[in-house]
Design a protein around this ligand. Structure first.
Ligand code: ZN
Length: 227
């Protein structure tokens, strides 16, 4: 049976379309989330799964589920990531070709997969060669955080982070490595507990200069050895 969208749904679709530009990126913050409606639908989903909604354990679950979904997708509320950043002049002079910094920052990420709304999480290592500016060290994890609090695939997450850093810094090159465990592979599908996925995005100098690429990859590999 084909369901016809209600006038309310059409208005929401229009509102959402307005904030997504032609490249599929967010052009503005998402409209405010109707928490009551969300709770109602999540309660219905549990009902369809024949979960006992009167049990003390589950009674308040639709509310908690709705709140956690709002939090875990709160990255859609940030669109001007530039505002979250602090930039500094780099140590090398722009005109000095013999001076090349490789800035590397690592950390962890956790997000929800866009296909199954199940978590995937792991480590990231980001390297860039500054052109003029470097970014405050704590800002890179902040940029990752904005993108990880959206529905993602590991490839999209790595590319989104690379796009944002490129837009802010216009560096000579950027590399984003991510390695993670995906609950949609562990808990369903192939049920592979030890499955691990790596994604590597290389741009600019990291593509054109073998030595820069090797330097970055040796940092990634050393991280693997430390584990
Ligand atoms: Zn998945």
């Amino acid at each position: 049976m084909k369901s016809t969208p209600s006038p309310g749904d059409a208005a929401l679709t229009k509102e959402v379309e307005a904030v997504i530009d032609d490249r599929g990126l967010l052009a503005g913050p998402r409209p405010s989330v109707d928490r009551e409606k969300l709770q109602h639908h999540l309660r219905e989903a549990l009902r369809l799964l024949h979960v006992d909604l009167d049990s003390e354990n589950v009674m308040d679950t639709p509310r908690r589920w709705a709140e956690s979904l709002v939090t875990m997708t709160s990255g859609y509320d940030y669109t001007d990531v530039k505002k979250l950043t602090t930039l500094f002049r780099q140590a090398c002079s722009v005109t000095d070709d013999s001076c090349q910094n490789l800035v590397v920052i690592g950390g962890t990420y956790k997000t929800l997969c866009a296909h199954h709304i199940l978590p995937f999480f792991g480590h990231f290592i980001i390297g860039y060669i500054p052109e003029r500016m470097i970014i405050g060290a704590s800002k890179i994890p902040r940029i990752v955080e904005v993108h990880m609090r959206r529905l993602q695939s590991q490839e999209h997450l790595a590319h989104d982070v690379a796009d944002t850093i490129e837009k802010i810094l216009e560096p000579r090159g950027i590399a984003v490595w991510m390695g993670g465990v995906h609950m949609c592979m562990v808990m369903r599908g192939v049920e592979q507990e030890s499955s691990f996925m790596e994604t590597n995005v290389l741009r600019g100098n990291f593509l054109s200069d073998e030595r820069t690429r090797q330097e970055f990859m040796s940092i990634v590999n050393r991280r693997g050895e430390r584990q």
